[in-house]
Design a protein around this ligand. Structure first.
Ligand SMILES: Cc1cc2nc3c(=O)[nH]c(=O)nc-3n(C[C@H](O)[C@H](O)[C@H](O)COP(=O)(O)O)c2cc1C
Length: 186
């Protein structure tokens, strides 16, 4: 199985989403042989998308990122919530892999995703709690990820969530515990 592992937490060793995404990859390794590509979007950032790149005849970085996506059977995406949405580093990746005519196309019935048969695990880290109550409306992180992936045809998405990370020791331990329990079910 080919796994594309993306990380976008800025705190590197201290990052919650990186810890969870690594545990997901470890679990997948336990279960089968995997070929792993790790793209660290913080250690090796890709720039914000600009018109020059998008309009150029040759698009080496876009092609490379799209090919990595198409080659993978499974994606593991480390995605913390920063200011209610995903980190800018991860957005720069989405800005390149959502390519009309390649990963989705427009039809008379509306847009159609062209990336089929992939499984995605999202390692979601959040300082607060957004999975219940009124705060659910403020989540533009997991909701964005599900929407953007569905747009290119990826609907088999499992969210492994560690939330309440900045609410004190007890919620933090509880958040980690829930993420670990979810990983055990993979
Ligand atoms: C720039 C920045 C913005 C953040 N914004 C939010 C936020 O909007 N809501 C929230 O609950 N936590 C927020 N946090 C806290 C992170 O979601 C939390 O620390 C989480 O564990 C981050 O994952 P990471 O450790 O992988 O970076 C923010 C953290 C940073 C650094």
């Amino acid at each position: 199985m080919k796994v594309l592992h993306l990380d976008s937490g800025i705190f590197l060793e201290q990052s919650v989403s990186r810890q969870v995404s690594q545990n997901i990859v470890n679990k997948l390794k336990e279960k089968q042989d995997i070929t792993l590509v790790h793209r660290d979007l913080v250690a090796n950032p890709i720039p914000h998308l600009a018109a020059d790149e998008l309009l150029a005849e040759e698009k080496p970085l876009i092609n490379e990122l799209v090919q990595e996506l198409l080659d993978a059977d499974t994606l593991v995406i480390g995605a913390p919530m920063y200011n209610f949405t995903i980190p800018t580093q991860l957005k720069a990746w989405f800005d390149r892999v959502l390519q009309a005519g390649v990963t989705f196309k427009y039809t008379e019935q509306g847009p159609q995703g062209l990336v089929n048969g992939k499984k995605v695990y999202i390692a979601s880290g959040r300082g607060g709690i957004y999975s219940q109550g009124e705060a659910q409306a403020m989540d533009h992180q997991e909701s964005y990820l599900k929407q953007a992936l569905a747009f290119i045809g990826i609907t088999d998405v499992t969210i492994i969530r560690a939330e309440g990370m900045n609410m004190g020791d007890e919620p933090r331990q509880q958040g980690f515990k829930e993420a670990e329990q979810e990983i055990e079910t993979i």
